[in-house]
Design a protein around this ligand. Structure first.
Ligand SMILES: Cc1cc2nc3c(=O)[nH]c(=O)nc-3n(C[C@H](O)[C@H](O)[C@H](O)COP(=O)(O)OP(=O)(O)OC[C@H]3O[C@@H](n4cnc5c(N)ncnc54)[C@H](O)[C@@H]3O)c2cc1C
Length: 419
């Protein structure tokens, strides 16, 4: 880690138990989990630490337990315990609890399953008008389909960049070495009886590790497709936006986290989500899933901008017209990338092939992984150190759903399986 008081830089001759490649939320949580087990850990990052070029930067991410697939409800539950433990260990506060409001057409099977999984309480139209100063007007719904809104206690806002910093500093406190501006270009089998892996960097260094965990976000298909013995992963990076809008004067309090305003997600079209006014006074984040495909090394930073911002502006004008001013467009737009798998399920597996179980892969978090970072990190660290994850087993998480092999001869992966 650069800067005064930083620990001694790792030397290429050093041997590590676990080398983690990529210091977003997943790599930082993995480094912390492995270092907490007493492993000698090296965390390598291609850009500056906490840079804004990947998927984990920014002011906020939603944590919610409203998921259609029970496995993610369980994973969020595990992650919540680990978020609380990391806050207690570090003294940082990164999670602001809020309720979570789910909304959408009653005919949506995904919404119905998500609400059933968490026992969310339906909010009747009359009640909605009395909550949060009548912020939601709901003229949005298709009149041919009844609209449903339901509230659960388990939402929340995570401070994204701060959370990544928290896990990096916890990892360093447990003895991990961290090196930024170090791009990994090769991962190969270690020579001789010692085996393990050799991790090679663009500037010509080679680090020896017993195991390696690859958490490179949107660069997954590029890196893992280019190394000898790698795999072709069907992961597509999308260019997506965080949008902040002006709260109308006088409505600041009703949209605030302190007044109990919820995080929310709409299962309608467009698939909009939002957080309470929190991180920037007078502004509220309301964004939309999706965006155009992108090459993480050659991004068009304005791609998709007018289409996405217009869709969200129209939604605001119809759903929250008295509270949010969409007339001048978003006040802040932050670019980000989502790494989409065909079934939106994560990839957490051993690489296989000639690198076998010495390389663990944690990628393809499909735009919904941040909240589960500490659970993913613990699972990946255990896979690297123990060859399996007791934590996943205890949480009743079947790692079979996250295997790379689900795409063999089956381009849709889990999309055609029972959840
Ligand atoms: C607009 C947007 C909104 C989102 N909202 C939510 C939300 O509300 N809730 C939620 O749970 N999730 C959300 N997500 C998803 C979540 O942010 C991601 O799933 C998560 O951040 C992925 O983290 P990561 O560590 O896999 O990737 P990254 O953060 O991109 O980390 C990968 C790191 O690897 C580094 N790297 C790449 N190649 C190399 C190399 N060769 N050598 C060394 N380092 C390398 C990169 O520089 C990067 O730092 C959202 C995502 C976006 C884009």
């Amino acid at each position: 880690m650069a800067g005064a008081g930083a620990p001694a830089a790792p030397q290429a001759a050093d041997r590590f138990d676990v080398i983690v490649v990529g210091a977003g939320i997943m790599g930082s949580c993995t480094a912390h989990a492995a270092a907490s087990r007493g492993s000698r850990v090296l965390l390598l990052e291609r850009f500056d630490l906490l840079h804004p070029l990947g998927s984990s930067h920014g002011d906020s991410r939603i944590i919610r337990d409203a998921y259609e697939q029970p496995r993610y409800v369980r994973m969020v539950c595990l992650a919540r315990r680990l978020w609380a433990a990391a806050e207690a260990e570090s003294g940082y506060r990164v999670l602001t609890p809020t309720p979570h409001l789910s909304m959408g057409p009653r005919s949506s099977a995904s919404l119905a399953a998500a609400l059933a999984n968490i026992g969310a309480e339906e909010v009747l139209a009359d009640d909605l008008g009395g909550r949060w100063g009548g912020a939601f007007a709901f003229t949005v719904p298709d009149p041919s389909d009844e609209w449903v809104t339901a509230l659960s206690d388990h939402g929340g806002v995570l401070s994204a960049t701060k959370a990544v910093a928290m896990f990096q500093s916890l990892a360093v406190a447990k003895g991990a070495a961290v090196r930024d501006n170090t791009e990994v270009v090769g991962i190969e089998k270690g020579p001789g009886p010692e085996g393990g892996v050799v991790v090679r960097t663009r500037d010509g260094q080679a680090f020896r590790g017993a195991k390696c965990v690859v958490t490179v976000g949107a660069w997954a298909a590029k890196l893992l497709g280019s190394i000898s013995g790698g795999v072709d992963l069907p992961i597509k990076p999308l260019h997506t936006l965080h949008l902040y809008w002006r709260v109308k004067p006088g409505q600041e309090q009703s949209l605030s986290a302190s007044a109990g305003f919820p995080t929310f997600s709409s299962y309608g079209d467009p698939p909009v989500y939002g957080t309470p006014s929190l991180e920037v006074p007078g502004l509220i984040k309301i964004s939309c899933d999706g965006g155009p495909p992108c090459d993480p090394d050659a991004r068009d930073w304005l791609a998709g901008d007018p289409e996405v911002t217009d869709r969200v502006a129209r939604w605001i004008q119809e759903a929250m017209p008295g509270h949010v001013d969409a007339s001048g467009g978003p006040v802040i737009r932050q670019s980000c990338m989502c790494s989409m798998t065909p079934d939106f399920d994560f990839v957490m597996d051993f690489l296989g092939g000639e690198l076998g179980r010495d390389v663990v892969v944690g990628v393809g978090f499909s735009g919904h992984g941040f909240k589960m970072g500490p659970a993913v990190g613990k699972i990946l660290a255990e896979m690297a150190i123990d060859g399996d994850s007791p934590t996943a087993a205890e949480a009743d998480l079947d790692l079979g759903f996250f295997r790379i092999g689900r795409f063999d001869g089956n381009p849709v992966g889990n999309a055609n399986k029972d959840q």
